[in-house]
Design a protein around this ligand. Sequence first.
Ligand SMILES: Nc1ncnc2c1ncn2[C@@H]1O[C@H](COP(=O)(O)OP(=O)(O)O)[C@@H](O)[C@H]1O
Ligand SMILES: [Mg+2]
Length: 312
Amino acid sequence: MKVEDVEKIYKKISEQMSSIVVGKADVVENLFIGLLADGHILLEGVPGIAKTYLARNFSIALGCDFKRIQFTPDLLPMDILGSNIYNQKSGKFEFKEGPIFANIVLADEINRAPPKTQSALLECMQERQVTIEGKTYELPKPFMVIATQNPIELEGTYPLPEAQIDRFLMRLLMGYPVNKEEEVEILRRRNVGEKYSDAVVSAEKINDVQKVVRTIEVDEKVKGYISDLVIHTRKHNDLLLGGSPRASIALQEAAKVRAAIMGRDFVTPDDVKSLITPVLNHRLILKPEIEIGGKSILNVIDEVTSAVHVPR
Ligand SMILES: Nc1ncnc2c1ncn2[C@@H]1O[C@H](COP(=O)(O)OP(=O)(O)O)[C@@H](O)[C@H]1O
Ligand SMILES: [Mg+2]
């Protein structure tokens, strides 16, 4: 497989998805980048904007297994991971896989479950395996968690700690339809009945694509650009916390995938630029007084982006 094939596969996915979900092409692009970069995604937005619908159709289009886990206050780690269950016939305990054993796992409303359950999920995200009573089970490949959060629902929720938020490659902020045309188109499609996408790729193909992504080159100048951006966030007056080296690595990995889906075998500064917001927005913390003043993380990211020199 070559980068041109990666571009073709991405086109197939984005065409399929746009026939199902109205708008949201940026979310689809970034989800695909996340999957190929071996990352996990935090999807944030109010209810009813098709977070679940988009994630489900994305998995179907990819030809991947999909499981949805609704996070609730009484969800236990074993409800995610699985557990050993006694088999009457064989007289033995047998491991029954939990819903985490899928290519794409939608962890819906992740902040509704208590920290212990969130930690179980985050551990799987990192280790890509599950250990139960000393036995280890590998998770399938590819493996990606899409966790959703409602940004305005705070009562009775357990916000993810900063150290855990950092484990997500990107946080995507999903909004309302951008105009009346989109809203009307949603109504039109809904009238025909809720549609599901066709599988246009397969899990095996995705694994091959990931191999191609690993061969993408990153020029010293582009590495310098990524470093300048992240270092700038550490010095920014409005920020309490800037980006860590994990943020720099994330930016580089995501940019490599973006290059590949555009059919290039090298990263350009534009690849990096288009990923600064989704890769950095959840890793930076504003000083409280700045937040009270009405400035947002997105404003600061814009400032950083325009302040840092872009190499040619
Ligand atoms: N952009 C969109 N394109 C197509 N359908 C949409 C869109 N936004 C909302 N819908 C419709 O609204 C329904 C609600 O979406 P859902 O995925 O349950 O929302 P959420 O998970 O964000 O609460 C979807 O099943 C779909 O029929
Ligand atoms: Mg939902």
